[in-house]
Design a protein. Structure first.
Length: 313
């Protein structure tokens, strides 16, 4: 975890449908950066802690960037009394509201579902505001190369359709301590590796645990859209071909993937390196799903990634 908490400036935003969202700008000391704007968006059931407890915001501030952490409806400080929502609300309501509050072209960085949203935004009018898109543990084709995950998704679909909310908060909170435990016995290391969410050797145990225990219950509609994507085995989300959206985009597009990530393995971004604009796939050899945003690897990853997304073109 960071040596000291990052200072933040919070903005309360209102979407066209009346939902209140919170956007946090990370400050270096008491001042915001003056360089390019970066928007970091969390993944399924997560909050901005998935990024703010890791090295990336500090590394960006060190380059003079303006760093914004957005929380989608139903998550973190954007969690309110709004009814169960659908994935389309992120595109038509939340992302445009965040974009309108951020100056200039936006370098978008999304973890997991947040990264999938970034890929899809390239194929929508939203894409005109994007200077670059980076998916961290974010698949183009969910569960690619993992027939076991596809089978689990098929079995989970009928169950999820009967629930008012998906209790990922309770599941992840219950698993937080064992999944974050370093120097674990052999059987627990095997469990950590099988689950594919964490590799405690690559990130602070405190940051991993804090990120997992602050998870939220998830909207059944959002969860089912991802299950359908996994079952299909195709890069389709809400009828949009993500691979085609990435291929046609002129902006730099990067994917940071982990060798131990069962949800966004290297095979899941296989089509990303083809496209009109610059492309980068960066493998963190032993990285798992959650530690890719929090991990120690960022010091080295940043040296390759920063010039890729910011180089004049």
């Amino acid at each position: 975890m960071s040596e000291s908490p990052l200072a933040e400036r919070l903005f309360s935003l209102r979407t066209p449908d009346g939902t209140t969202l919170v956007l946090a700008e990370v400050l270096g000391g008491e001042e915001a950066g003056t360089g390019p704007s970066f928007l970091l968006i969390h993944g399924l059931a997560q909050t901005r802690r998935a990024f703010e407890l890791g090295p990336l915001p500090r590394l960006l501030l060190g380059q003079g960037a303006r760093v914004f952490l957005g929380e989608l409806r139903g998550h973190g400080r954007s969690h309110g009394a709004e009814p169960a929502h659908e994935l389309e609300a992120y595109f038509s309501q939340d992302l445009p509201t965040f974009f309108d509050a951020i100056p200039g072209p936006i370098h978008y960085v999304g973890h997991s579902l947040g990264g999938i949203l970034g890929y899809a935004a390239l194929g929508r009018p939203l894409g005109a505001r994007l200077a670059s898109v980076t998916g961290v543990a974010a698949p183009l084709t969910l569960a690619a190369g993992r027939p076991d995950i596809r089978l689990a998704a098929a079995l989970a679909g009928p169950i999820a359709s009967r629930l008012d909310s998906i209790p990922l908060d309770r599941l992840l909170a219950g698993l937080a301590k064992p999944l974050a435990r370093p120097a674990a016995p052999f059987w627990l290391r095997a469990f950590q590796r099988y689950v594919g969410l964490t590799n405690p050797a690559l990130a602070s145990a405190a940051a991993l645990e804090a990120t997992l225990v602050t998870s939220h219950a998830e909207s059944p509609a959002v969860f089912q859209a991802l299950l359908a994507m996994a079952v299909s085995g195709r890069p389709l989300l809400l009828g949009q071909d993500l691979e085609a959206a990435v291929r046609r985009a002129h902006q730099p597009v990067a994917a940071i993937v982990g060798g131990r990530d069962v949800f966004a393995a290297p095979a899941s971004v296989r089509g990303l390196e083809q496209g009109v604009g610059p492309r980068l796939v960066h493998l963190v050899e032993h990285g798992a799903h959650v530690d890719l945003t929090l991990g120690h690897h960022w010091t080295r990853t940043f040296e390759r990634w920063w010039p890729f997304v910011t180089a004049p073109r």
